[in-house]
Design a protein around this ligand. Structure first.
Ligand SMILES: Nc1nc2c(c(=O)[nH]1)N[C@H]1C(S)=C(S)[C@@H](COP(=O)(O)O)O[C@H]1N2
Ligand SMILES: [Mo]
Length: 203
C-alpha cells in the first residue's frame, strides 16, 4: 500500500486526536453553518445602518456604514462554539476590533450590553472583549455577511459560546454594572466559557 493511498483515505476527515485537543467538552464538530435566531431576520438598509457606543461615556460615538469602513480592519480565523453543542473550526471573518472602537471613547465602564436590530442583547465584561478577543464583523469567508448569519454586521466573540456573538449588532451600551442580556435573562450562563462548559446559570 503506498503512502498516497493511505493519505487519500484520510482526506476530508480529521484525525480524532486533532479534534479532541481542539473541541471543548460536550461539543461535536459541525461542517455546515447552522442558523440560530430567536426571532425573524431584520433587513436593515445600509443607508440606515449605524453603529454606536453609548451609555457611560464622556461623548457617545456613532459611525454610519461608510465611516465604519474607514476604520482599520482585521482578518480573523477562529473556532466557534454554540451552546447547542456544535462547534465549527477555522471560520474566517473580517471586521473591526472592539479595541479599535473602544479606543475612541472615554469611559470608566467595566461592562457592556451589545444591542441589535430586533431587540436582542448580550452582556459582556469589557475585559472579556479587550485585547484582540472581539470584533464587529461584516464579512464571512470572503463574502458580505448574509442576513441570516447577522449581516450587515455582527459581534464576534469566539472564545465564548456563540450566543454572545450578537447578530445584526448596532452598538454597545457601556455600563458601570453588569446587566443580563436576552439569553442570560432566560437561563443561559452569564459568562459562557465553552472550555468550562458554562452553559446555564447553574453551571
Ligand atoms: N440578534 C441575535 N443574535 C444572535 C442570536 C439571536 O437570536 N439574535 N442567536 C445567538 C445564538 S444562540 C447563536 S448560537 C448564534 C448563531 O449564529 P448563526 O445563526 O450565525 O449560526 O447567534 C447568536 N446571536
Ligand atoms: Mo446558540
Amino acid at each position: 500500500m503506498s503512502e498516497g493511498f493511505i493519505s487519500r483515505g484520510f482526506r476530508g476527515r480529521r484525525q480524532k486526536s486533532e479534534i479532541s485537543g481542539r473541541i471543548p467538552p460536550g461539543q461535536y464538530l459541525e461542517r455546515g453553518f447552522p442558523v440560530l435566531s430567536a426571532g425573524p431576520t431584520p433587513h436593515t438598509l445600509l443607508a440606515n445602518w449605524d453603529f454606536s457606543i453609548t451609555g457611560e461615556v464622556d461623548q457617545p460615538k456613532r459611525w454610519n456604514w461608510d465611516e465604519f469602513h474607514t476604520l482599520p480592519r482585521e482578518t480573523i480565523t477562529q473556532d466557534i462554539h454554540c451552546v447547542t453543542k456544535w462547534s465549527k473550526f477555522d471560520t474566517h471573518w473580517e471586521g473591526v476590533s472592539l479595541d479599535t472602537l473602544l479606543a475612541q471613547v472615554n469611559t470608566a465602564a467595566s461592562y457592556m450590553l451589545a444591542f441589535s436590530d430586533g431587540g436582542y442583547t448580550t452582556n459582556l465584561p469589557l475585559e472579556e472583549v479587550a485585547g484582540g478577543k472581539a470584533w464587529i464583523v461584516d464579512t464571512y469567508e470572503g463574502q458580505p455577511l448574509e442576513p441570516q448569519h447577522g449581516g450587515p454586521a455582527r459581534l464576534l466573540v469566539p472564545h465564548l459560546y456563540f450566543w454572545k456573538s450578537a447578530k445584526w449588532v448596532r452598538g454597545l451600551r457601556l455600563l458601570d454594572h453588569d446587566e443580563p442580556g436576552f439569553w442570560e435573562s432566560l437561563g443561559y450562563n452569564n459568562h459562557g466559557d465553552p472550555w468550562k462548559e458554562e452553559r446555564y446559570w447553574s453551571d
